[in-house]
Write a protein that binds this ligand. Structure first.
Ligand code: GUN
Ligand code: ZN
Length: 444
């Protein structure tokens, strides 16, 4: 693995969530990293005392928390410049605000923005992201080059659409060119950099894809053992449209089932307005859901029935869904996930809203499970690859005079500070496979 060959240890308040609702914390904790993996985790004083197989360089950054790297299961590279734009719902918002910026995401513009996009992810503490490029081959190629440089763990795919696309190709050619380019990108990038970069075939959604395109995308994903990502049941008007386009389908999910798109390597964005049959079908296929609460609030798409998806056993991760979500900051996405369930519970008396620890699970180990990586990343367990984020706790306090109180915080307090006040300003360092991919200027 191309990690850091020298063993190093880092001290801090360790917090992770191996299960939904299960929070672990270790106030004077530490992890030792060797060859890109977590070699040992535990109490700092114990780890310092124990003999280690190799000399350990110790890093002590004071009052910091160390979390597993945050996992963004759904976001759009070409859309970042258009965040916080528009006041309409999904379909007009796509037409008016999104297709125009995606149309321009090629050549020099893509080369300028892509490295900054991945830098922003790392600055937000995100270590793994599943991302859509624009429809152009170069947008995805440039995206992969920038992802490679960034050191982040990235699953990326070229956006596929052959109905109402913003591209310039003759309609007859769109399908074959899109398939050819997607396959070429997959052959080049899938599992490159020792598996750090992976490919996702990315048919946008049933509104902009022919049945042939969706079937072919699913076949390619199966052939290359690559991911498949799309959007499902985000908005009422979208669902109506799909109903008219695919009259013989029982419901929206059935369209994807018919095309062979529901697989264990499929990640379905949104999934807000699903009926019980659809939830059962997704669970049976072992497909995953990327829940994008900040996006759902921005576009007024609706409030996901998270309890029903989890009860069905579906793996759910979180997504920033930039640019419908206004930021890449996954702490804010966790906060929105809590607030969406609080809003639901105001109208559903028997519904318990989710806790901070549960939202944090969805943004870490839950996301890892949704991407089929629960054994590799998502918690701070020995043996896992060393993806983690170091957060400056003092940067989260209203008053610096209260710094001394940091010693008395519980794991729940630390987590709440991050979820309600965390962001790029509080990220000190971000590591992927033991390599530092972001360091704040104040300690650089
Ligand atoms: N559905 C189809 N495309 C998109 C997109 O780019 N963003 C969101 N939020 N939903 C979509
Ligand atoms: Zn999306």
């Amino acid at each position: 693995m191309n990690g850091n060959d020298n063993a190093f240890g880092i001290r801090g308040f360790l917090v992770d969530a191996p299960e939904f609702g299960g929070l672990r914390g270790s106030r004077n904790g530490a992890i030792i990293v060797e060859n890109g993996r977590i070699l040992a985790v535990g109490d700092y004083d114990n780890l310092r005392r124990l003999p280690q197989p190799h000399p350990v360089n110790w890093i002590d950054r004071g009052a910091v928390a160390i979390f597993p790297g945050l996992i963004d299961c759904h976001t759009h590279l070409p859309q970042y410049s258009a965040v916080a734009r528009g006041e309409s719902e999904l379909l007009p918002w796509l037409r008016q605000n999104i297709f125009p910026v995606e149309r321009d995401f090629t050549g020099p513009k893509a080369r300028e923005e892509a490295p900054q996009f991945f830098h922003a992810l790392a600055q937000n503490g995100t270590t793994t992201a599943m991302v859509y490029a624009a429809i152009y081959e170069d947008s995805c190629e440039i995206g992969f080059e920038a992802a490679k440089e960034s050191g982040l763990r990235v699953i990326l795919g070229k956006m596929m659409m052959d109905v109402g696309s913003y591209g310039q190709l003759q309609p007859k050619k769109v399908l074959s060119v899109s398939l050819l380019e997607s396959e070429r990108l997959c052959r080049k990038w899938h599992r490159s950099e020792d598996g750090r970069l992976e490919y996702a075939f990315s048919p946008r959604f049933a509104v902009t894809c022919s049945e042939k395109m969706m079937r072919s995308a699913a076949e390619l994903a199966a052939r290359f053992e690559a991911y498949l990502q799309t959007h499902l049941a985000e908005n009422r008007e979208e669902i109506e449209k799909v109903h008219h386009l695919f009259m013989s389908a029982r419901d929206y999910t059935h369209v994807y089932e018919t095309c062979g798109m529901l697989t264990p390597r499929t990640v379905l964005g949104h999934c807000i307005h699903l009926n019980p049959r659809e939830i059962a079908a997704i669970a049976a296929a072992q497909s995953s859901v990327a829940h994008c609460p900040s996006s759902n609030l921005f576009l007024g798409s609706g409030l996901i029935k998270l309890d029903q998806l989890l009860k069905a056993g579906i793996a759910v991760g979180l997504g920033s869904d930039v640019a419908a979500g206004p930021e890449l900051n996954m702490w804010q996405v966790m906060r929105a996930a809590i607030e969406v369930q609080k809003a639901r519970s105001a109208y559903e008396p028997n519904l318990r809203p989710i806790r901070a620890s549960e939202a944090f699970y969805l943004g870490t180990q839950g996301g890892a499970r949704a991407l089929g990586k629960a054994k590799i990343i998502g918690t701070l367990d020995a043996g896992k690859e060393a993806d983690f984020v170091v957060v400056d706790l003092a940067a989260l306090l209203p008053y610096q005079k209260d710094r001394h109180s940091l010693n008395a915080l519980s794991p729940e307090d630390v987590l709440a500070l991050c979820i309600y006040r965390g962001g790029p300003h509080s990220t000190l360092e971000t590591y992927v496979r033991g390599r530092c991919v972001y360091r704040a200027e104040r300690i650089a």
